[in-house]
Write a protein that binds this ligand. Structure first.
Ligand SMILES: Nc1ncnc2c1ncn2[C@@H]1O[C@H](COP(=O)(O)OP(=O)(O)OP(=O)(O)O)[C@@H](O)[C@H]1O
Ligand SMILES: [Zn+2]
Length: 755
């Protein structure tokens, strides 16, 4: 259903009209003009949705601008332009500062306006659903219900009803209606009880929660001097824009600093927006926020239904939600009374959108905070070189936390040089010995391997045939448990062959090591230890990660094998040994950012050891034990590494010292891609007076993906202005290129990685 008021039938006469410029969800960097009679009952404003005829269909678009008709040319315009079908909102969906942000993003990213809106607004609104908050409700037990249960009036067979009543007694403030299913309570039993008046359902707004004390301060935490000074510094800037980098070693209590600042923001009746890399992976963080504050905390992430997201979004907009926690796109939540933006693990790649409209949530957050006149706080133990470079340029103020909050013992690192070492299923004798020792001392062990599946290749022992994805020119990964092959680039999969498709022999051998195989060897080597594996394959179920985290904390797991999912902000107090099984691939890669990513990964993974009172040890297995990055991280810390890496980027004239943009084109026909980028280059070359260097076109790192060939043309410059000028001057012509219609292409600003 679509909300709104039907536009009156337009008699195309001399009546007064205005022109409404509409952003439409199509991949074009332009808006479309429509007519609206001036006596339409709703005054059109930027940020309202409209229904419009578009080609042979109707679409929902967003008003970008409103202009009056050019009266010198009235007739042609009335003839050429179509009227808007209806306006769907009676006020703009987003605040003025977000409209300004939208305009800034259009200019900075040179992206199609419709695509930007698709990122800005919840899907439900893009589909035309009304921007209406549905009231939430809570179930509580009534006095009658309590008495009836106590006096044994409930039939013995009513097991479910008994469970409900017991749960409601355990939760004296009631259970939210949308949480009922988490308790495994069938709705029919609940309705039965309501019929008997044993339970009741009350409708509430989140404002009802903002009563009495808003904070539950933990009694066991005495902030240390560094934390106090960090809080003090930021809180002096709560009334204006300032960007901060909280560079705090792992387990230094950064989250505690966020919580205290948010407390101040809430006390000022304002809202805090917190971005985290992946909520599903860090259920603990979310719970810490919910437990600390008795105010409405809402989440925004892709694991939620469209309606749930819309509800959170609307509560942010009307000010009911005091804390909004979400992933990347939560950055665009409208805020009635913005107070602070916090980005936890700011180095994390998930803050970069890699599909559709490509933006960096970290960069856009700084612009948004500036528009809202509030501080933005970026936190990490391994900050991005971009942010550290901004610190040295004076754009970001750095605050440091140098000590762990609970454990003053420093981590003991050891690099295990694998050269010429006998290996047992990917494990050196040294590592096996250490695992034994830590298990004996009742420490938990965490083994990190960034490759899921059983083995990266399945090979025929007789003829050498290997399993590869035809669509990507890469090997299929072998997954043993369900016996299939999967391409980790395009996602395609098939049953694993038991006979070689080429020579028909039955000697298929898995080559290389993935988490599934590593887990198998660990179980074999340590049969008495309880081993668990955490990767995308074992955490598909919604609460899986939460269950793993709980079992680790409860000491039900001795050895944890996992991918980078393990690196993300977990607090496991009993982990004493962390081992990085294979760092070779991460040290050598075609991406100039590879050393930075590897250093961040080592810092984060290592940071899972020795967080509470037990000392921690970190073992790194590699064939490149002499690698300078490893030595810097181990002996001087991430900061030292970052300094020298930044110097290298200056010498190599790479970001963040310079700025990059990229044209990428793809097509099943390699020639089409090459023709198009050659044409692009020719157009860009017309402006050789601008100081922008062109590099390429060259194949992408993975030149073939999902059946398409991908090539790239890079634009490098030390002047952002000149780069934007060049794009401004040329994109119109590039869009009109004949060769452009035969490929899929995009321009990307500050591109990251290969996607
Ligand atoms: N001043 C303090 N005294 C005692 N414990 C503290 C203090 N500050 C924080 N903690 C506790 O130390 C643990 C680690 O803190 P926290 O998770 O905030 O660190 P972090 O810097 O966010 O870690 P990471 O970057 O690794 O995610 C938590 O259990 C937290 O409650
Ligand atoms: Zn593939």
């Amino acid at each position: 259903m679509v909300a709104g008021i039907e536009a009156p039938q337009l008699p195309l006469s001399s009546e007064n009209y205005c022109i409404v410029k509409v952003a439409v969800p199509v991949p074009l960097r332009r808006v479309f003009d429509y007519l609206l009679p001036e006596n339409y009952p709703i005054t059109p404003q930027p940020g309202m949705r409209v229904q419009i005829p578009f080609g042979r269909t109707t679409k929902i678009g967003i008003i970008d601008e409103v202009e009056s008709l050019d009266h010198s040319d009235l007739d042609t315009q009335l003839e050429k332009l179509k009227p808007i079908t209806q306006i769907l909102d009676d006020s703009p969906l987003i605040t003025e500062s977000l409209i300004s942000l939208y305009r800034w993003m259009g200019q900075y990213y040179h992206a199609p306006f419709g695509e930007i809106w698709q990122t800005l607004l919840p899907t439900a609104l893009l589909k035309g659903k009304p921007a209406k908050l549905s009231r939430s409700s809570r179930w509580t037990i009534t006095d009658i219900g309590r008495e009836s249960l106590e006096s044994g009036k409930l039939a013995k067979s009513a097991v479910k009803q008994k469970l409900i009543l017991e749960q409601l007694i355990k939760n004296p403030t009631g259970i939210a209606h949308d949480k009922i299913k988490d308790f495994d309570i069938p709705y029919s039993s609940l309705k039965n009880l309501a019929g008997k008046k044993w339970v009741s359902r009350d409708y509430i707004t989140d404002n009802d929660k903002n009563i009495a004390s808003q904070v539950n301060l933990p009694s066991d935490i005495q902030l240390n001097d560094e934390q106090l000074s960090a809080i003090e510094t930021v809180s002096q800037h709560l009334d204006r824009y300032t960007a901060f980098l909280l560079f705090g070693v792992t387990a230094s209590g950064k989250t505690e600093v966020y919580l205290r600042l948010i407390q101040q923001v809430i006390e000022q009746q304002r809202q805090a927006l917190v971005l985290v890399p992946e909520i599903g992976l860090t259920p603990q963080t979310l719970r810490r926020f919910e437990q600390r504050f008795n105010v409405s905390v809402v989440t925004l992430h892709s694991g939620m239904s469209e309606q749930q997201r819309l509800q959170s979004w609307l509560k942010a907009k009307n000010g009911e939600a005091k804390i909004i926690i979400g992933t990347r796109s939560a950055l665009f939540a409208p805020l009635k009374n913005p107070g602070i933006i916090i980005i936890d693990e700011e180095h994390d790649l998930s803050f970069r959108q890699q599909q559709g409209f490509r933006y960096s949530a970290r960069d856009v957050a700084m612009v948004r905070a500036n528009l809202e006149k509030i501080p933005v706080l970026l936190g990490s133990a391994s900050p991005s070189l971009e942010s550290l470079s901004n610190v040295s340029k004076g754009k970001i103020k750095q605050i440091e936390l140098t000590q762990k909050a609970q454990n003053t013992a420093s981590l003991k690192y050891r690099v295990i040089d694998l050269k010429n070492q006998p290996m047992n299923q990917g494990l050196s004798a040294d590592l096996i010995k250490s695992i034994k020792q830590h298990l004996q001392q009742k420490g938990q062990v965490l083994l990190f391997l960034n490759r899921r599946g059983y083995a990266p290749v399945l090979l025929c022992h007789q003829c050498g045939w290997s399993s590869s994805c035809q669509r990507c020119d890469t090997h299929y990964t072998y997954h043993h448990q369900n016996d299939y092959l999967q391409c980790h680039h395009c996602g395609s999969s098939r049953k694993a062959p038991h006979q070689c498709p080429q020579c028909q022999c039955d000697q298929m051998v898995p080559v290389g090591l993935g988490t599934e195989r590593l887990t198998e060897s660990i179980k074999h080597l340590f049969p008495d230890a309880k081993t668990a594996r955490i990767d995308r394959d074992t955490t598909r179920r919604k609460s899986a990660m939460q269950d793993f985290v709980s079992s680790v904390k409860a000491g039900e797991i001795d050895i944890l094998v996992g991918t980078q999912m393990l690196a993300k902000g977990h607090h496991f107090p009993d982990v004493t040994l962390v081992a990085l099984i294979d760092m070779d691939g991460a040290l050598y890669s075609a991406d100039f950012r590879a050393p930075e990513y590897a250093a961040q990964l080592i810092t984060q993974v290592s940071g899972r050891a020795g967080r509470a009172d037990k000392p921690g040890e970190v073992l790194i297995q590699t064939h490149h034990a002499e690698h300078s990055m490893l030595h810097q991280i181990i002996h001087s810390g991430y900061g030292e590494f970052a300094n020298s890496a930044l110097n290298e980027r200056v010498e190599a004239e790479l970001p963040p010292h310079t700025f990059l943009a990229m044209f990428q084109a793809e097509s099943p026909q390699m020639a089409h891609v090459k023709y198009f980028l050659a044409d692009v280059k020719q157009i860009l070359d017309r402006y050789s007076n601008l100081k922008v260097e062109l590099l390429g076109p060259a194949p992408a790192v993975y030149v073939k993906k999902a059946g398409k060939f991908r090539y790239q043309l890079f634009l490098q410059t030390s002047s952002r202005n000149q780069l934007h000028q060049l794009l401004e001057l040329t994109l119109g012509d590039i869009e009109k290129l004949k060769s452009a219609s035969r490929v899929r292409w995009r321009v990307e600003i500050d591109p990251v990685g290969d996607s």
